[in-house]
Design a protein around this ligand. Structure first.
Ligand code: IMP
Ligand code: MG
Length: 430
């Protein structure tokens, strides 16, 4: 990692599931604080430590390192029940999380009614569905922007919190009555549920901006952990097939409460190929049987929903675009080993669409729908990379593949991951 003072941001630079959890886990070694800045329990960060697998949705992946402080910034929509459930599970597995976590008082609460609304809205969309994770993310951010959300700090005054919860129940029930569902919010149950965790939640409330600001001043290092990916960003992604937050690096400063000048480095995590879960465009998507082959080799099933992920070739148009909108200073390429058996690989370098050759990822979904990738063929290495620990250990064809990715994206590769375990990582140039 860099010697520069300030925050290091880890952002997904495709459609999520790039392996950020593993990279955060590796980099957590070198920092004091890990903070999430957006999203909620829609994330699914899988980390393997020893023979154990941990899947974290709401708590930052840094928690698996002893002594790291793990924070949820104001930009996160926090499901407190999911949060405490994960915390208790970690505690049961011998990881002392309770004393190390904090949540911004400005973070919005994601409650059971947001999940009801999420599912009802998806059903309503029918064939035009987004394929959300059903975790209530869209409705929680809707409430935030509509200025009717409930924030962690709002729980301090119990009477006022109850009033807000009852008002929310009325509002949500009005909405639900217009949708095709019989489900309703029981206001008493909602109040009882939230009051049941109120003190526990207030006990971990912090001002994340202040904590991070002070840490940087004291020369400590802070990792800002993104969830989802650049192409799922509500502004820069394949709208409307996106999540409801700013997943890109600009969202990091905003989502924890520091200025953009507090960011020293931005590392983009990309798979050595491409995946997407849910609906929406994926220009390099494989046909059968390659689709099934890579899905099985890569274990490409959603960590949050279990849905099969859609797979495709590495798309340099996508990653070049992600490099630009995130201001990437380095790349971490993951799951290289999944490609070990392929005799030949393709990389998309441009798209043909609208009678033109496009270098830039289009913002127009119509153009994207007709986009035909122009591929470059690369030679496969047909040998195992799983035991490579230094750049020199990689087969020449794998090195060539990675170098071509660097050239096409104009971002240096800093890390290459060659397996699920913590030790299966190459620090390039170290
Ligand atoms: P939502 O975030 O649940 O509203 O889902 C919106 C879109 O983002 C859907 O296509 C989801 O599959 C996708 N999505 C949300 N979270 C993740 C994630 O952590 N990894 C990959 N895709 C995600
Ligand atoms: Mg995931």
């Amino acid at each position: 990692m860099t010697g520069k003072n300030g925050c290091v941001v880890i952002v997904g630079s495709q459609w999520g599931d790039e392996g950020k959890g593993k990279i955060v886990d590796v980099l957590a070694e070198e920092v004091e604080i890990v903070a999430r800045y957006q999203g909620g329990a829609n994330a699914g960060h899988t980390v393997h430590v020893g023979s154990e697998e941990f899947i974290l949705h709401q708590i930052p992946s840094g928690i698996l390192h002893p002594d790291r402080r793990c924070l949820l910034g104001n930009g996160v929509v926090m499901d407190p029940f999911q949060f405490f459930q994960e915390m208790d599970k970690l505690t049961a597995r011998g990881i002392d999380a309770a004393a190390r976590v904090g949540v911004s008082g400005r973070a919005h609460l994601l409650l059971s009614y947001h999940k009801l609304l999420d599912r009802a809205a998806e059903q309503r969309r029918g064939a035009g569905k987004i394929g959300t994770t059903g975790r209530g993310i869209g409705p929680a951010y809707e409430d935030k922007v509509a200025r009717q959300g409930i924030r962690v700090a709002d729980l301090r005054d119990a009477a006022r919190a109850e009033e807000r919860l009852r008002a929310a129940a009325v509002r949500v029930n009005e909405r639900l009555s217009l949708l095709d569902t019989d489900e309703r919010v029981d206001a008493d149950a909602l109040v009882a549920e939230v009051m049941g965790i109120r003190e526990r939640l207030l006990g971990i409330m912090v001002d994340t901006g202040r904590v991070i600001h002070d840490a940087i001043r004291a020369g400590e290092r802070v990792l800002l952990e993104g969830a989802q990916g650049a192409l799922l960003d509500v502004d820069h992604g394949t709208y409307p097939y996106v999540t409801s937050s700013n997943t890109t690096a600009g969202g990091a400063a905003l989502g924890v409460g520091v200025g953009p000048t507090a960011i020293a480095e931005v590392y983009g995590v990309v798979k050595a190929y491409t995946t997407r879960v849910g609906e929406g465009p994926l220009p390099t998507e494989f046909d059968s049987p390659m689709q099934e082959q890579i899905r099985e080799l890569g274990g490409e099933y959603g960590a949050t929903t279990g849905r099969p992920r859609r797979c495709g070739w590495f798309d340099a148009v996508v990653v070049r675009y992600a490099a630009r909108v995130n201001g990437l200073t380095g790349l971490a390429v993951t799951k290289l080993d999944v490609l070990d058996t392929l005799p030949e690989l393709q990389i998309a370098v441009r798209y043909q669409a609208g009678g033109e050759s496009l270098e830039d990822f289009p913002g127009d979904l119509g153009l994207l729908a007709e986009a035909q990738p122009e591929y470059e063929t690369m030679q496969g290495w047909e040998s195992s990379t799983a035991d490579a620990r230094r750049w020199e250990d990689l087969p020449a064809a794998a090195q060539a593949y990675l170098r071509r990715i660097e050239e096409l994206t104009e971002v240096p590769i800093r890390y290459v991951s060659v397996g699920t375990r913590r030790d299966q990582i190459i620090h390039v140039g170290r």
